[in-house]
Design a protein around this ligand. Sequence first.
Ligand SMILES: [Zn+2]
Length: 178
Amino acid sequence: MVIMVVSEKYVSKNKNPLVVEQPYSILYKHSFGEISPYFIGLKNKRLYGTVCRNKEKHKNGKDLLFLPPRADCPECMAELHEWVDLTDAVFRIYTFTTTYFAGESFLDKLPITLINVEVEGYDNSYSKLTSVLVVDEQGEYNIDRKDVKIGMRIKPKFRDVPQEKIDSSALYFVPLKE
Ligand SMILES: [Zn+2]
């Protein structure tokens, strides 16, 4: 890389420059776009996915469930407007791992068990939601890895999160007591 100095008069030689402090803030607007109902659902302690029923246009000939939701079907390109409430569905662990580092929302809870979940009763080609598994309904995180099994039945739970922080950290799963 070549750095060119246009003129010596633009190069400061002042080692003690004047520094003033001024308040500075911005209002950041984040749009959830076409999948807004998913995040509104989390806020209201509901879990929604989208469905495409153009089964004749799908490779496997079945209705497709999207969780996390998609606004458009990747197989038939249809815009998706049908939302299904999965809050009371039974979920299964498709796969899982333990992580010892995570984003800000989970830094004080490490290690955590990350899971991919599937929904019973649906074709799950496009529904492998990533979430966290916790021990109990009070939200204790440190589940023993030995207690986690692929295929284990689980159910979704929801945390209260501030309006401005709404994201997928509002959702977690607990083992289903049978
Ligand atoms: Zn489709």
